[in-house]
Design a protein around this ligand. Structure first.
Ligand code: BDR
Ligand code: CA
Length: 312
């Protein structure tokens, strides 16, 4: 199995991905780290603990991280998308466990250093915790196995501004550091997540298969669905964050391209990811200073959506 740390801001689609991370036999979930984003960081931590407990995995450590972006002021979380409680405003059972005493960044550094070359960081919220971990111990760049980030958009346009995807927009300064750090990195952005639709039929199967956790996934999905109908005109939800795990476990379902990646940190383009494919002379002349990464540009959306439902 892949040993992973799952960095998250749950979040309706985060919750689906967390369920996969908790349940999939090919994933060894070493811990979750939380960030503000879809909700404030305390709510994110609460939800991560709750989802683990509902899956019977209260043993999984949850370490709390970034409460705000690194540089820019914090925007209030958009309650109309994920609900004020992050899980579609459904009633939630009480949480019994406590977060790990370490910060998210310290947890990442300790865990990566304990198993050099083995740990994959999967980040599906604003990436402040990864930036903080890099600051704490720059040597982790060479010690992680790989970094998979749900965020950004190369050709698809944005979902917060015309050009910016939410996770990038919510902390562009952290994203700039994380995307150009020089570690093996794959970006799973809106170019592929908008091609995947978790339908009501998928969710009915998930609800039936996941007991108490299934009730939370289905209840929060019902709320999130309204947003997708208004925003994209589809009946169903884009399972953004699960796509990062799909890429990790089923890379053959994706088409990736290698090149240089940056993100704009201010102005009208704030949070926009800018991708320059490698190997073209005019690009290398200007962009070779940024390390090469992989970005997902194509996907078999039906297969990924079915994989999520089959997994759960
Ligand atoms: C990303 O933003 C959040 O709202 C979702 O959880 C996902 O991580 C999609 O742009
Ligand atoms: Ca998320």
């Amino acid at each position: 199995p892949h040993p992973i740390i799952f960095d998250t801001d749950p979040g309706v689609d985060d919750a689906q991905a967390i369920a996969i991370a908790l349940r999939h036999p090919d994933i060894e979930l070493l811990g979750m780290t939380t960030t503000y984003g879809n909700v404030d960081v305390e709510t994110a931590t609460h939800n991560a603990l709750l989802l683990a407990e509902l899956a019977g995995r209260g043993d999984v450590p949850v370490a709390q991280g970034a409460a705000a972006p690194m540089v820019k002021p914090r925007h209030p979380a958009p309650a109309h998308i994920h609900g004020a409680n992050g899980l579609g405003n459904i009633e939630l059972p009480a949480v019994r466990g406590r977060p790990d005493p370490r910060s998210a960044a310290q947890f990442i550094v300790d865990t990566v250093n304990a198993r050099p070359g083995e740990v994959t960081l999967v980040a599906v919220g604003p990436v402040g915790n990864l930036a903080a971990a890099l600051q704490l111990d720059p040597a982790i760049v060479d010690r992680v196995r790989q970094v998979v980030i749900m965020g950004g958009s190369i050709r698809e346009g944005g979902n917060v501004t015309p050009v910016a995807e939410a996770n990038m927009f919510n902390d562009p300064d952290a994203a700039a550091r994380v995307l150009t750090a020089g570690w093996p990195l794959t970006l799973v952005g809106l170019d592929v997540t908008h091609r995947c639709v978790l339908t009501p039929a998928h969710m009915a199967r998930i609800e039936a298969g996941q007991g108490a956790l299934g009730r939370v996934l289905a209840g929060s999905y019902a709320f999130y669905r309204d947003f997708y109908y208004e925003f994209l005109g589809i009946d169903g939800c884009c399972p953004h964050d699960s796509c990062a795990l799909a890429w990790l476990l089923r890379p053959e379902l994706f088409i990736t391209s290698r090149g240089h990646l940056t993100v704009a940190t201010s102005g009208d383009a704030e949070g926009q990811t800018i991708f320059a494919p490698e190997g073209r002379a005019f690009i290398e002349a200007r962009w070779s200073r940024t390390p090469l990464v992989d970005v997902c540009l194509g996907v078999d959306g039906q297969a990924v959506s079915d994989w999520i439902a089959d997994t759960l």
